[in-house]
Ligand binder design. Structure first.
Ligand SMILES: *Cc1c(COP(=O)(O)O)cnc(C)c1O
Length: 229
């Protein structure tokens, strides 16, 4: 796909983000576009960066490693949005700006240990299964609070907020409800843990529903397929 086409798509998505942000009483600068590049080559990924989008997401650690190496000359902030196996932590940590998919205590503890060895502080989001889909990854809402409390005891872990996905089956109304539930969960936890963490980031919304997510308070949207059509 030509770089000019990708640049047009990025521009169009940014425009739609800006309009949705205004509908929620915010500005375009309040919503980070994370371009999910898992579908495309390193060359096409570079075109996204050249179009001015430097926050990129991959769902597979190995693909992230390969692209991070191929595109090391570009000012990319990498987000991992998919499952991270513990044996891939060591190679992944130094490359990511935000690990969006922390969904278990075992993973969190392993991340904390590795971050201590690497002498770095790792920004993370906790991934919540908001839709209740059996196929979806993420923590059940009732597992969230204990894990959050635990994360706050780990000095190498910088807890930035929550990530979630709307149900694949539902319509726009269902998606809106899922997003609203996630925001309420965030607000409730931020109030409960006042002074310890503020959970500023809400990563929700993909190609099919990012505008709804923004209207419901998303600070970060993860958009893939529509950038490459
Ligand atoms: C693939 C993926 C996206 C992007 O999805 P699109 O529908 O292609 O925009 C967002 N979030 C996660 C976790 C993904 O795996």
């Amino acid at each position: 796909m030509p770089a000019s086409r990708i640049a047009d798509n990025v521009k169009r998505v940014r425009q739609r983000i800006s309009e949705a942000a205004q509908r929620s009483g915010r500005g375009a600068e309040d919503v980070t576009l994370v371009a999910v590049t898992k579908y495309v080559t390193a060359e096409e990924t570079a075109a996204v960066v050249e179009a001015g989008c430097c926050d990129l997401g991959e769902s597979r650690p190995q693909q992230l490693w390969t692209k991070a190496e191929a595109l090391a000359h570009l000012p990319i902030r990498w987000h991992l949005v998919g499952h991270l196996q513990r044996n891939k932590i060591r190679r992944t940590l130094p490359l990511v700006s935000l690990l969006q998919s922390v969904d278990s205590r075992r993973l969190l503890d392993a991340l904390s240990e590795e971050a201590a060895l690497a002498v770095l502080r790792l920004p993370i989001l906790l991934e919540v299964n908001i839709s209740g889909d059996a196929t979806k990854t993420g923590l059940n809402p009732d597992e969230l609070e204990p894990l959050l409390a635990h994360a706050l005891t780990l000095p190498q872990i910088e807890l930035r907020g929550l990530m979630g996905m709307a149900s694949l089956e539902g319509d726009d109304t269902a998606a809106r409800q899922d997003f609203r539930n996630l925001r309420h969960l965030r607000d409730k936890l931020a109030a409960k843990f006042t002074g310890q963490c503020s959970l500023p980031e809400l990563s929700m919304g993909m190609s099919g529903d990012f505008e709804i997510a923004i209207e419901e308070g998303a600070t970060m949207v993860r958009v893939g397929s529509i950038l490459f059509e």
